[in-house]
Design a protein around this ligand. Structure first.
Ligand code: NAI
Length: 249
């Protein structure tokens, strides 16, 4: 589905990002794997190599605009083009009511989850315009369309990702670049692993998903691959929940 394309994934050292990188590779893309964490990013790269996928690893902190530019430049210098990007890197921080939110926590979460996506778009879009086409998938969350108590920075950052996706899609729809967002429900990854260790919390999280279980990173990757591919050629500016029914309650 993605033969002859070059695809970039941020936060690809773990969870959803790793699953997306592997799925892109399986579908024939060359994969630029990026993460802040060099060891885990290189681990993803090894998995791709074992599967016979052409790719490279670039360490980048998405909260640094220069890193995001350097990442896109690396894709261009290695492969001469950038066709697909999945802006996935994100963090979650422990809960507190809005008025008690620590300022550093607010800034960190907004810097990585929202500004990070903006910095990536700012670098990726000009590279895609050179070819007259491209597809970008930003990883938001179910908390990009509803709230949750105790996590105001995260909820605000993910609503921001959805709005940013819509704005960017309008700016470039006529120039062949599609920009979409995905909103996962709770997915079993290292991001929420600490919460799943507590059995009552695990049961509570599962109960919010009518389908009766949490999601898997590979399930999210399937949707990302489809949105990234020419099969979704008429889809832009959309927000796709993938949440086991969470938002339908
Ligand atoms: P994860 O914690 O397993 O992986 C996140 C990756 O991002 C890690 O490899 C980490 O090193 C990297 N990262 C963190 N800060 C970074 C930075 N400043 N620059 C570059 N890389 C950085 O998390 P998971 O679950 O795979 O999450 C991926 C995305 O999915 C995030 O945006 C998250 O908010 C979103 N998401 C996750 C859900 C879940 O339940 N796991 C639910 C909804 C959305």
């Amino acid at each position: 589905m993605l033969a002859n394309t070059v695809a970039l994934v941020t936060g690809a050292g773990s969870g959803i990002g790793r699953a997306v990188a592997l799925a892109y590779g399986r579908e024939g893309a060359k994969v630029v794997v990026s993460d802040l964490n060099e060891a885990s990013g290189k681990e993803t790269m090894s998995l791709l190599q074992e599967a016979g996928v052409d790719g490279c690893f670039v360490r980048a902190d998405v909260s640094e605009p220069d890193d995001c530019q350097r990442l896109t430049d690396a894709a261009l210098s290695q492969y001469g083009q950038l066709n697909i990007a999945c802006n996935n890197a994100g963090i979650a921080r422990s809960s507190s009511p809005t008025a008690q939110t620590d300022l550093d926590c607010w800034r960190q979460v907004i810097d990585v989850n929202l500004s990070g996506v903006f910095y990536c778009l700012r670098a990726q879009i000009p590279a895609m315009l050179r070819h007259g086409s491209g597809s970008i998938v930003n990883i938001a969350s179910i908390l990009g369309s509803v709230g949750q108590a105790g996590v105001a920075p995260y909820v605000a950052s993910k609503h921001g990702v959805v709005g940013l996706t819509q704005a960017a899609s309008l700016d470039y729809a006529a120039q062949g670049i599609r920009v979409n967002a995905v909103g996962p429900g709770f997915i079993e990854t290292p991001l929420i692993a600490h919460r799943l260790q507590d059995e009552p919390t695990r049961r509570d999280l599962i109960s919010r998903h009518p389908i009766g279980r949490l999601g898997q990173a590979e399930e999210v990757a399937e949707l990302v691959v489809w949105l990234s591919s020419p099969k979704a050629s008429f889809v832009t500016g959309s927000y796709y929940p993938i949440d086991g029914g969470y938002l339908s309650r």
